[in-house]
Design a protein around this ligand. Structure first.
Ligand SMILES: *[C@@H]1O[C@H](CO)[C@@H](O)[C@H](O)[C@H]1NC(C)=O
Ligand SMILES: *[C@@H]1O[C@H](CO)[C@@H](O)[C@H](O)[C@H]1NC(C)=O
Ligand SMILES: *[C@@H]1O[C@H](CO)[C@@H](O)[C@H](O)[C@H]1NC(C)=O
Length: 291
């Protein structure tokens, strides 16, 4: 399956490799946009602070970092490499964009009984597989899971989230893997609060049992540039919805993105909450065109 995808996208992927390796503007030092949030003695900086490694062992609860600013729209991304272990069962490695909240670490857990009402867009490797979720002023439960066409432990890959007034798009190495449209006019919840970006590594029973003999587990992050509209307030800065910001111009996927998205969806989606009979009835967006 994986090689099939590569064949279809052989050309596109080659074209994208130059982008994925990161423009110099994005290759800034960690401190320019981020700070260490927790697990401080388990965060290592390398390559002149252009790379940060988060270490997880049985003595720590994990580690994480967060953007200094809050944003009201933008295209956020990070290059991430997973721990080189045979099994990352029980380990959650994530990159997310979320609404400011002091207990966000707890409420981010998909199985949390008290997830609160907040906004959050996340890429989450749980037990080795990639999933995304969307909380839009609610308790989320919009999980999707994917089978990737590469081994995320072997190299850095680019994970990006576009968030503008029209849509939220999750990209993996520039391939749109998920689209969530702004259907507020049809009564569907949409992201509406300023958010920051965050990355973390931690453990959760719901993701399996950790085999500590495989550890310590080190995940690495690069590309600390952020293209976003700062919104220091708890209420949304209206300027962040302005068409003068280039990431706010894209109302739909381009035809090329559309094609890649379609093939990705056909071949790589392992779980889709909208195809889950128990879940879909609570989510009106499942009845609407998704891209
Ligand atoms: C969502 O779309 C509506 C128009 O349908 C617009 O008024 C609103 O500002 C958008 N929401 C966000 C957060 O961009
Ligand atoms: C991972 O698996 C390989 C092949 O099965 C084995 O040789 C290696 O020892 C394993 N590594 C760990 C840390 O368990
Ligand atoms: C926060 O928002 C309020 C109301 O929109 C505005 O009056 C105030 O200037 C904003 N503060 C900052 C720091 O942006």
């Amino acid at each position: 399956m994986a090689s099939h995808f590569l064949e279809i996208f052989g050309f596109s992927l080659l074209v994208f490799v130059s982008f994925v390796s990161g423009g110099p503007a994005d290759d800034v030092s960690f401190d320019q946009n981020y700070f260490s949030l927790w697990g401080l003695n388990h965060i290592t900086r390398v390559d002149n602070d252009k790379e940060v490694q988060l270490l997880l062992d049985q003595y720590s609860g994990g580690a994480g970092f967060r953007s200094i600013s809050e944003y009201g729209s933008g295209k956020f991304g990070i290059r991430m490499k997973l721990p080189d272990a045979n099994s990352t069962s029980g380990i959650i490695i994530c990159f997310y964009v979320c609404f400011y909240s002091s207990d966000i670490i707890l409420t981010s857990a998909p199985d949390s009984s008290n997830p609160g009402n907040h906004d959050e867009l996340d890429f989450e490797f749980a037990g080795g597989g990639l999933q995304t979720n969307i909380f839009a002023g609610d308790s989320g439960s919009r999980e999707e899971r994917y089978q990737l066409w590469f081994d995320p432990r072997k190299d850095f890959h680019l994970y990006e989230i576009l968030w503008n007034p029209y849509m939220v798009v999750f990209y993996v190495d520039k391939i749109p893997v998920r689209v969530y449209k702004n259907y507020t006019d049809k009564g569907v919840n949409y992201i509406s609060n300023p958010m920051h970006t965050e990355a973390s590594v931690w453990t959760g029973d719901w993701a399996g049992t950790v085999d500590w003999k495989q550890g310590p587990f080190v995940s690495s992050y690069r590309r600390f540039g952020i293209h976003g509209c700062k919104s220091q307030n708890t209420s949304m800065n209206q300027e962040c919805l302005s068409p003068n910001l280039h990431w706010n111009l894209q109302k739909d996927l381009t035809p090329h993105e559309q094609k890649m998205h379609q093939i990705f969806r056909e071949k790589h989606v392992v779980y889709d909450y909208c195809l889950d009979k128990e879940r879909q009835q609570n989510h009106p967006e499942c009845q609407l065109p998704r891209n």
